[in-house]
Design a binder for this molecule. Sequence first.
Ligand code: A3D
Length: 320
Amino acid sequence: MARPKIALIGAGQIGGTLAHLAAIKELGDVVLFDIAEGTPQGKALDIAESGPVEGFDAALRGTNDYADIAGADVCIVTAGVPRKPGMSRDDLLGINLKVMKSVGEGIKAHAPDAFVICITNPLDAMVWALQQYSGLPAGKVVGMAGVLDAARFRHFLSLEFDVSMKDVTAFVLGGHGDTMVPLTRYSTVAGIPLPDLVEMGWTTQDKLDAIVQRTRDGGAEIVGLLKTGSAFYAPAASAIEMAEAYLKDQKRLLPCAAWVDGALGLNGIYVGVPTIIGAGGIERVVDINLRKDEQEMFDKSVDAVKGLVEACKGIDPALA
Ligand code: A3D
């Protein structure tokens, strides 16, 4: 049986890390696509040359031709521009919308059966645009953000509690931006919810609030340190977890930017929600109950995403 084919659209910082992780985990053969000549070819060759040392069986190739992604089972999109210090994700809207148009058309022409994971920012609006331009079923086009935001939250919590990151679960909803909603009630250490841990004296409400805010600012913290680009190791690991869930039909419950029409009181919007990912793509959006204060935070986040999508509708990507 042939190995699955994974197409990475964008061979920059995240794209290269995705290729390395996909190869090490033997998820399939990898095609790296980029408009920059030599970059995808160089990264593919470099990673392939690590194969004998790492001991993986996966073919890697780099290309500047969309025809080479033909028949891909998974496409992960990082094409575009990352932010620099002082920029918000939303500042990338116009330029990355234009990129989503060409990427969407490339996927539509050459890999219409793929499960497509968008990472390009501003995430929720870009995944909406990618679905529009590719015309693929909404359940096969998703955005990666929640897994990363939850991973950041889990990491900070594990430091606060001095416990293994493996035992910390976290739940983050809403758009991938300043209004994201880390849900403390649904976040736990080995099943013990965070509010209970505050009562047990493991931390204080003030410290927990500070960790929630650090999670919201997690991307900006790294941009501020790197100065030349944004995070790429943890974003790549997060998207690989989603790709693996699809390729191996794992039915994982992962938060991601999915098309929601009916659940959580929403009708027709891409936003971060809990989903089940399996061989069918987004197989289910999990319709959780929110308390009044949680619902208010989620509504605010949904409104921010709606505003960005409306802004996209007003931009002609040919002129962006
Ligand atoms: P970077 O290293 O600049 O790579 C982007 C690549 O896209 C470059 O190699 C470009 O040549 C390529 N590219 C530009 N235009 C096109 C095009 N039209 N077709 C194909 N390739 C093109 O950036 P990066 O890998 O660090 O980040 C990529 C994107 O991910 C940015 O938009 C970031 O803001 C975003 N990002 C999202 C998250 C989320 O959690 C959602 C986290 C971190 C970064």
